[in-house]
Design a protein around this ligand. Sequence first.
Ligand SMILES: [Zn+2]
Length: 301
Amino acid sequence: MRTRRIFLGNLAAAAMEGQTMMQPDYNVIDPHVHVWTHNPQFPFAAGANVPARDAAPETLLGLMKANAVKRTVIIQVIHYRYDNRYLASVLKQYPREFKGVARVDPLDPASPDRLSRLVEEDGFRGVRLSPRAEASGDWIDGPLMLPLWKRCEKLKVPMTILAPISRVPAVGRLIDECPDLTLVIDHMADCPVGQPQELEKLIALKRHDRTFVKVSHTWSLSHQKYPWLDAQEHVKRLYAAFGPRRLMWATDWPIIENSGAAYAQALTLVRDDMAFLNNDDKRWMLSKTISRVWPFEGVPG
Ligand SMILES: [Zn+2]
């Protein structure tokens, strides 16, 4: 009896230990990385400021394997500007592991048709726009935006926006015109932690049911060390406003490494070190919310 109790006790301890070591029972999907390689077959855009190192898909696949990340959405990197051929070739090579989001020129009236081709012929799932804060980003308020947004809505692919928080009201005006469009705001609109009131501009977008927010860039917004608690204050407020079903994590690999943070930390942050999240919240933010926007065949959220 005594032996049995000890045996069961050990089993329970082993099971508990296993629990903390065990991977979650959902499929982690990363909705945001970039890839590029120095290859004359796919030249970078004129004037692009490209790091000497590559961010190769095979390196990414290694990181995914090591961290049990099942699938990843690759966002066209600015180094190729509006030439999406390299990413199209990666998607063709790894159709199971990756989906892709393209870029088109916001100043070109032909961009809606180009987006249609990128989606229908090259299999891209969405487009990314990145208006800058200064006057060069004023096109976000210009006449070419609505036709592009309407096309995106018609194609049923997400519009993803990298914008400073000052541009978010303009994004809100556009999304009000496109009720069926899925909108994803990247990296909490990089709202500075020292300007918490500015986050209200992003919170105002909760009025649109199909608006999602990536709660990434905690590492670059923070003035602290991991787990970047000052930047987690933004995440808490977004969580209260949008709920976990409209929030998603992201690594932003390899850009995350520019902040001295690692791919794995983007994951452990949300999985282990956001004290206000319960297990169901994590299931949504690491998996199911991303599946709502970018469903991967055979990999349910
Ligand atoms: Zn990025």
